[in-house]
Structures are given as structure tokens and as C-alpha cells.
Design a protein around this ligand. Sequence first.
Ligand code: HEC
Ligand code: HEC
Ligand code: HEC
Ligand code: HEC
Ligand code: HEC
Ligand code: HEC
Ligand code: HEC
Ligand code: HEC
Ligand code: HEC
Ligand code: HEC
Length: 316
Amino acid sequence: MKLLRKLLTWCVAVGALTCAASALAADAPQDLVLKGDAACTACHDDSDGPELLAIGKTRHGTTADTRTPSCTNCHGPSKDHLGYKGSGKPPKPDVTFGAKSTSTADARNGACQDCHTKDSKRSHWEGSTHQARDVTCAACHKVHVAKDKVRDKATQAEVCYACHKEQRTLANKPSHHPVAEGKMACSDCHNVHGSTGPSLMKRNSVTETCYTCHMEKRGPFVHNHQPVAEDCSTCHNPHGTTAENLLKTRAPFLCNSCHTPHGPIQPSLANGTAPALTAPGWWNPSVITQGKSCVSCHAQIHGSNNPTSAGQRFFR
Ligand code: HEC
Ligand code: HEC
Ligand code: HEC
Ligand code: HEC
Ligand code: HEC
Ligand code: HEC
Ligand code: HEC
Ligand code: HEC
Ligand code: HEC
Ligand code: HEC
């Protein structure tokens, strides 16, 4: 709160209205950071929130851009708040956003959507999981700060973890995408503003989303491994796993959930289609359970371009 407001409050308290008028005239408030913010910044400054005026350093503060907001575009015209003459706390502005906000989620989101509905990235917001669960724009975006954490790869996950604790736990497992390292963000796979895919995927499906970075898994392959083309997350948990390679469980258990284990392969059974294994005794049962297990022979597990039956078995 600034000196001026203290003075006004004091003037009101002693009942000297002329005093208030002269205080205003002597110190006619100027806009500080946004167009027409003087009506508010006469009383509000960084002492109300550590970085309240830092909004001036964001795109919202580009006053030369005619589309940028004033305080009232987000908080509403707030006539009762502005016109308050009593002592004690004034009535709240029309729209508030903080933890104790009494504004409905629709009112809070509406304040942003007056300007932000046309963006194609948010065209599926209505009916999306976050919208339906009353997660507001301001639950993720902080607008009164120089740097909005949720839009920075290095800090975004922290914002999400406040509500998604399970993903935090998974991200700390030995095998994980480099999210904690700041090289990747949740938003590389998710469009949190709504999407046409499952689980708020950025693309229409899980596989299409994964292909944006793992193109070599798209094929086309001469021999497809059916579950790969359907949904990568059948075998992988993209958030983190104890098993290597983000696998939900390691082979052979992973494979055995769909296949009947064939046990050790005798060279005679291989019928010329077996991989040229260097390890002697490759038909030994331990090969099935140790090391890479099934994948030490079926190495092209995502699909093979070898037209022979070796390719069909995903050997190479
Ligand atoms: C005459 C002084 C004065 C003016 C002008 C003023 N406010 Fe306030 N405002 C206050 C006071 C006093 C509080 C209560 C502060 C507290 O709770 O510590 C407050 C609280 C707020 C809050 C927090 C409400 C809450 O409970 O979460 C917001 C947001 C706010 N004002 C926005 C605005 C906006 C936007 C404008 C301009 C349209 C504005 N104020 C103009 C004095 C003023
Ligand atoms: C009066 C219109 C208006 C309102 C209301 C508004 N914005 Fe904006 N916002 C803008 C404009 C203009 C930009 C700059 C966009 C550009 O350059 O393309 C912007 C940019 C942004 C950006 C991107 C900033 C950047 O650095 O690229 C975010 C995030 C954002 N707004 C969030 C919000 C949220 C959250 C709300 C509601 C609390 C909101 N906006 C309300 C007009 C508005
Ligand atoms: C669950 C968290 C979350 C919610 C809720 C959310 N956003 Fe975002 N927003 C993000 C993230 C993460 C980014 C950056 C990555 C991206 O663009 O997807 C972002 C980016 C933006 C941008 C940046 C400009 C751009 O298009 O690249 C704007 C503007 C924006 N959001 C507006 C909104 C509005 C308006 C709402 C409410 C209708 C909203 N956001 C709700 C997390 C959120
Ligand atoms: C783009 C929309 C937008 C604009 C413009 C805007 N605010 Fe806010 N205001 C918010 C949101 C959202 C919050 C919740 C905290 C946050 O996001 O940083 C908030 C919080 C506040 C608070 C409460 C501080 C707190 O952290 O509890 C005050 C006071 C306030 N705004 C005053 C103002 C004033 C004064 C202006 C004009 C200089 C202004 N606001 C402009 C959206 C906006
Ligand atoms: C304020 C709390 C909150 C924040 C912050 C938040 N979310 Fe959510 N999110 C939810 C709720 C509530 C759901 C509904 C499902 C549930 O209860 O987990 C949800 C669901 C999801 C889903 C599943 C959607 C579906 O349709 O299955 C994804 C993906 C998601 N959030 C990603 C994110 C990401 C990424 C961020 C950070 C950029 C984020 N969320 C931030 C509350 C939040
Ligand atoms: C590499 C891509 C990728 C990244 C990065 C990613 N996710 Fe996901 N997420 C997915 C996929 C795929 C699913 C759906 C399958 C599943 O649940 O495993 C999903 C599902 C979810 C769900 C819904 C889970 C459920 O049980 O329904 C939430 C919540 C979620 N992600 C949050 C996050 C958060 C928070 C981050 C960032 C810390 C994040 N995700 C990063 C790919 C990703
Ligand atoms: C934005 C790019 C990006 C997207 C999208 C992406 N990944 Fe990745 N992925 C990476 C990077 C980068 C690495 C390498 C990590 C490293 O070397 O530490 C990686 C590594 C992996 C690994 C190997 C992990 C290990 O321990 O070596 C698997 C498995 C994987 N991703 C699966 C997926 C799946 C499944 C999806 C879709 C749900 C997906 N990825 C989406 C970038 C991406
Ligand atoms: C049938 C289970 C299964 C499915 C489905 C699956 N993978 Fe894998 N993936 C594996 C196995 C097993 C490994 C370990 C291979 C090894 O150890 O040589 C692996 C390893 C990986 C690796 C790291 C090593 C490498 O080959 O680059 C990436 C990246 C990867 N998978 C991406 C994907 C993507 C993207 C999809 C979806 C298009 C997918 N996976 C679907 C089983 C699967
Ligand atoms: C989600 C179920 C599923 C999982 C998990 C799975 N597969 Fe498959 N696999 C299939 C289906 C479906 C086919 C194609 C139908 C068939 O021919 O049996 C197939 C085909 C194969 C084939 C070719 C079979 C043939 O007759 O030519 C091999 C080899 C194979 N899988 C090995 C593996 C290995 C090794 C793993 C573990 C890394 C694994 N699969 C994990 C479902 C799965
Ligand atoms: C030592 C190498 C080796 C290991 C390890 C191995 N396989 Fe095989 N697998 C083969 C050979 C060779 C064939 C071809 C047999 C034939 O043509 O009759 C085969 C065939 C298959 C087939 C095709 C259908 C069938 O039964 O003939 C499936 C499915 C399969 N393996 C799954 C697995 C699974 C699951 C594991 C792990 C539990 C595994 N394999 C481990 C060498 C191996």
C-alpha cells in the first residue's frame, strides 16, 4: 500500500473530505506499468505481492500493443472496490484469482478468454479435463511475475506437481525422460489446454505424439509388432520407471503378459532363422531370464524390415 492510500484512509477516518481531494490534486496518480492502471496503482504496488508491478515486464505490459490489458480487463471494472469510502477492508474487486478467491472458475477463466479464445492451441479448452475439473488459467499461469514458471521448461513441472504428485514420484525413478534435467517439459507431450487425443496428448494419439521425437519407431516396417503401432504406453511408462528403457516391467515378464514363453530355443528348432548369437550356449535357459532376456534375440522389438522369417521374429 502506498503513502497516498494511507493518507486517503486517514483523511476518511478524520472525516475531512477536502483533505482527500487536495491529496489527490497534489499527487495525481500516473500510470505505472499498464494502460490506465493509475486507478489501481494509486493504492497497489509491490508491497501487495512481491512482484505485483512486474506485470509491466511481460507481454501484457507492452503498452504500445493496443490489445494488451489494463488492470480492469482481468479484475473487472470493480466499481464497489474503487468507490469504497469506509475504513477497514473494501469489498473485493469483481474478479479475484488468489487462493482465497470467491470468483467462480468461469468468471476467472472468462477474464482471460475475453482475449485468449481465438488461439488455435486452446481451441479444445471447453470440455477438456482441466476445464471440467475447474482448474483455472490462473492455477497454472502467474501473470504478475516477470517469468511465468509454467511456460519455462526448467520450472514447468513444479507447477504441475502441485496437483500431480504421482508424476513427481515417477520422474525420480532411474529411467525417465529428461524433464527434471530441464531439457524436456510435460508440454512436449501434453497440450494441457485440451486436445483431440487421449490423456491431453499433443497429437491425436499416444504413438503420434511419441513419433514427434522418436521418428524411427514409426516405420513403416515390413513386419510390425502389433502393440507398438497401437500404443507405446502398453510397454512404456513415459513418466518414469524402475526398469531400464522406461519399460513398465522388464523382459521376460513384460513379454509374457501376452506371449506364452517358448523356453530355451534349441538350434535345431531355430530352423536357420535364429540370430547369429555370439554367446556360446545361446539355447541355455538362463538366456531367457538374464540380461536383455527375450530382447537379446528379438532385438528389433519395434518392428523389422528384414523380409525373411528372421525379420518376422524381430531378430534383425
Ligand atoms: C483506495 C485504495 C484502493 C484502490 C484505488 C484500489 N484498491 Fe484494491 N485493495 C485496496 C485495499 C485496502 C485492499 C485490501 C488489502 C488487504 O486485504 O490487505 C485491496 C485489495 C485488492 C485485491 C485483493 C482482493 C482479495 O481479497 O484477494 C485486488 C485483486 C485488488 N485490490 C485489485 C484492485 C484493482 C484491480 C484496482 C483498480 C481497478 C484496485 N484494486 C484499486 C485498496 C484499493
Ligand atoms: C485485454 C486482453 C487480454 C486479457 C484480458 C488477457 N490477456 Fe494474456 N495476452 C494478451 C496479449 C495481447 C498478449 C500478447 C500476445 C501476443 O503477443 O501474441 C498476451 C499474452 C499472454 C501470454 C503469453 C505471454 C508471452 O510472453 O508470450 C500468456 C501466458 C497470457 N497472455 C495469459 C493470460 C491469462 C492467464 C489471462 C487471464 C488471467 C490473460 N492472459 C488475460 C491480452 C490479454
Ligand atoms: C494445466 C496448466 C495450464 C492451464 C490450466 C492453462 N495453461 Fe496456458 N499454458 C500452460 C503451459 C504449460 C504453456 C506452455 C506450453 C504450451 O504452449 O502448451 C501455456 C501457454 C499459454 C499461452 C502462451 C502462448 C502460446 O500460445 O504459446 C497462453 C496465451 C495461455 N497459455 C493461455 C491460457 C489460458 C487463457 C488459459 C485458460 C483458458 C490457460 N492458458 C490455462 C499451462 C496451462
Ligand atoms: C492479465 C490479467 C491481469 C491483469 C492485467 C492484472 N491482474 Fe492482478 N491478478 C491477476 C491474477 C491471475 C492474479 C493472481 C496472482 C497471479 O497470477 O500472479 C492477480 C492478483 C492480484 C492481486 C493480489 C495479489 C496476490 O498475489 O494475492 C492484486 C492486488 C492485483 N492482482 C492487482 C492488480 C493491479 C493493480 C493490476 C494493474 C496494474 C492488475 N492486478 C492487473 C490477473 C491480472
Ligand atoms: C490446480 C491443479 C492442477 C494443476 C496445477 C495441473 N493439473 Fe493436470 N489435472 C488436474 C485435475 C484435477 C485433473 C483431473 C484428473 C485427476 O484428478 O488427476 C488433471 C488431469 C490431467 C491430465 C489427464 C487428462 C486426461 O484427460 O486424462 C493430464 C495429462 C494433466 N492433468 C497434465 C497436467 C500438466 C502437464 C500440468 C502442468 C503444466 C498440470 N496438469 C497442472 C489438476 C491440475
Ligand atoms: C514423453 C511424453 C510425456 C511426458 C514428457 C509427460 N507425459 Fe504425462 N502422459 C503421457 C502419456 C502417453 C500418457 C497416457 C498413458 C499413461 O497414463 O501412461 C500420460 C498421462 C498423464 C496423466 C494421466 C495419468 C492417468 O493416470 O490417467 C497425467 C496426470 C500426466 N500424464 C501428467 C504429466 C505431467 C505432470 C508431466 C510433466 C512432469 C507429464 N505428464 C509428462 C506422456 C507424457
Ligand atoms: C520432445 C521429444 C520427445 C517426445 C515427444 C518423446 N520422447 Fe522419448 N525421449 C526423448 C529424449 C530426448 C530421450 C533421451 C533421454 C536421454 O538420453 O536421457 C528419450 C528417451 C526415450 C526412451 C529411452 C529411455 C532410456 O532410459 O534410455 C524411451 C523408451 C522413450 N523415450 C519413449 C517415449 C515414448 C513412449 C514417448 C511417447 C509417449 C516419447 N518417448 C516421447 C524425447 C522425446
Ligand atoms: C511390446 C512392447 C513395446 C512397445 C509397445 C513399445 N516398445 Fe519401445 N521398447 C521396448 C523394449 C523391450 C525396449 C528395450 C529394447 C532393448 O533393450 O534393446 C524398448 C526401447 C525403446 C527405446 C529406447 C531404445 C531404442 O530402441 O531406441 C525407445 C526410444 C522406445 N522404445 C520407443 C518406443 C515408442 C516411441 C513406442 C511406440 C511407437 C514404443 N517404444 C513401443 C518395448 C516396446
Ligand atoms: C500387449 C501384448 C504384447 C506384448 C506386451 C508383447 N507382444 Fe509380441 N506380439 C503381440 C501380438 C498381438 C503379436 C502379433 C500376433 C502374433 O503373431 O502372435 C506379437 C508378435 C510377436 C512376435 C512375432 C510372432 C510371430 O509369430 O512371428 C514376436 C517374436 C514377439 N511378439 C515377441 C515379443 C517380445 C520379445 C516381447 C517383449 C519384449 C513382446 N513380444 C511383447 C503382442 C504383444
Ligand atoms: C536365445 C534366443 C531367444 C530368446 C532369448 C527368446 N527367443 Fe523367442 N524365438 C527365438 C527363435 C529362434 C524363434 C523361432 C522359433 C521357430 O522359428 O520355430 C523364436 C520365436 C518366438 C516367437 C514366435 C512364436 C513361437 O513360439 O514360435 C515368439 C512369440 C517369441 N519367440 C517370444 C519370445 C519371448 C516372449 C521371449 C522371452 C521370454 C523369447 N522369445 C526369448 C529365439 C529366442
